[in-house]
Design a protein around this ligand. Structure first.
Ligand code: SF4
Length: 89
């Protein structure tokens, strides 16, 4: 099955996980593995976000899950996709 969610267009066989490690082929469907699973949560300065001109000096809640369709060199991002291996299937 072809996942059409992003430009990678992964061609996944039954049980296979996509490049992002967040979507997989299960029972003939492409399903999100990270739905409802939080891997990071933090209170950040709003200046870290594209909203930096919105209430300067205030905090913003950042919530994220595992999986990414890019391969950036930043260590914290590289570690997050491995979290899924520790989760129950
Ligand atoms: S990287 Fe993930 S979202 Fe993108 S096509 Fe592959 S499985 Fe789908």
């Amino acid at each position: 099955m072809i996942c059409e969610l992003c430009f990678h267009r992964c061609d996944l066989s039954e049980g296979q996980t996509g490049f992002c490690r967040a979507r997989a082929c299960r029972d003939g469907m492409i399903v999100p593995l990270n739905y409802g699973k939080i891997t990071s949560i933090a209170l950040d300065p709003v200046e870290k976000k594209p909203l930096r001109r919105f209430h300067p000096g205030s905090k913003i809640l950042s919530v994220g899950s595992f999986g990414c369709n890019l391969r950036c060199p930043f260590p914290d991002i590289r570690l997050i996709p491995d979290v899924q291996n520790a989760l129950p299937r």
